[in-house]
Design a binder for this molecule. Sequence first.
Ligand code: ADP
Ligand code: ZN
Length: 433
Amino acid sequence: MEPPFWNKEVETLPTRSLKKLQTEKLRNTLEVVYEKVLVYQKKFKETGVKPSDLRSLEDITKFPFTTKEDLFVDYPFGLLAVPLEEVIRVHTSSGTTGKPKAIFFSKKDIENSSELIARCLVMSGATRGDILQNSMTYGLFTGALVMHYGAEKVGILVIPAGPGNTERQIELMKTFGTTLIHMTPSYALYVASVILDKGLVPQRDLKLKTAYLGAEPYSEQTRRKIEEMLNINVFNCYGLSEMNGPGVGFECPYKEGLHIWEDNFLVEVVNPKTGEPLKEGEIGELVLTTLNREAMPLIRYRTRDLTRIIPEPCACGRTHVRIDRILGRSDDMFIVRGVNIFPQQIEEVLMGIKGVAQNYQIILENYDEMIVKVEIDREFFDGKIEKLLQLKSEITEKLRHVILVRPKVELVEPGTLPISEGKAKRVIDKRIL
Ligand code: ADP
Ligand code: ZN
């Protein structure tokens, strides 16, 4: 039996009504930012557009983009569309250098982000009575808190575990009978390997049934590996702080792409170099406009995440658009011998090879060579050199076939590469850029 809907009327709104709703909400959002947000007033004037230039949804392309850099204009409050007294929460995203991006929520924004998470969780089959172990970082990040509030809205019992301390994570799962987990895929791989190393049998010793994995790109192979290791269902969960955090894109039980709630977001995919709109189905940069945000509406926000729109309607009956698994950020791509490579392509190959454990690292020392360090499975590591050489050559050949560059593969013992509890750092780029 298929899981029920949280908000069936909205989730299955006929496309025409959905487009009409989007047009109204978009017009309203454009008017608000033009009136209330200096940054947008200036941008619109420079581009020579006014909110009234929007007659149909397609006219969105006349309006200027918002980039990450724009979030630092009149920082930190420059993009607020409401008085500060109406803001009740701030989140930031990592911003590896300098100031973090600051995202503000009004009371309605918090309620709304919980509504969207509730739709996602119920879509995946979660219900009251489920127990969610939330192992994302609590604090400034959106990852944990936004999921937390949404799960509570459904009536799910939330264990605010936070990341790390794997022994404790497993104890919590056993003690409370955790049924759902929320963490990064790289950490899930690690937790799964520890569970199995301890001799636990997931279907016998744990009650886990579903994992919501996101916050970083991962491949279909990784999903399958985690599903098999833990005997659970893995749902891909995509989001970014600028758009509330988790729950922007979420898989339904068909797992053929991630639905985006279009009554809240207007979805575009553009050519990352030129900003020109792409045809449905073409891979490019995801651009999102908030349609329901009070404190900090964002127009045509350049996510830098690469994906494509899946144009076909989904068998689950939800009319909201789907995007494909995120290929990576445009800034994740690296070049070796003139070939564009995404870390996820490497992961996809590695996770499909028997004998490879959960951890790997890509090291770039010059522009001609890529070193891939791969941890091998404990079971596989029986000391027979020939077996190892065979594995090494299998990895090298399969990678070469996919990325068209022959990597230098180094096999390492299980447990030697750094473990990540949050977002994994897979690529160590030592080249001077
Ligand atoms: P930061 O931008 O500082 O990393 P966020 O926590 O907002 O902070 O991260 C959002 C980014 O994480 C997204 O833009 C995307 O690149 C990545 N991301 C999140 N979820 C997924 C997912 N399911 N698949 C791939 N990438 C993801
Ligand atoms: Zn669906």
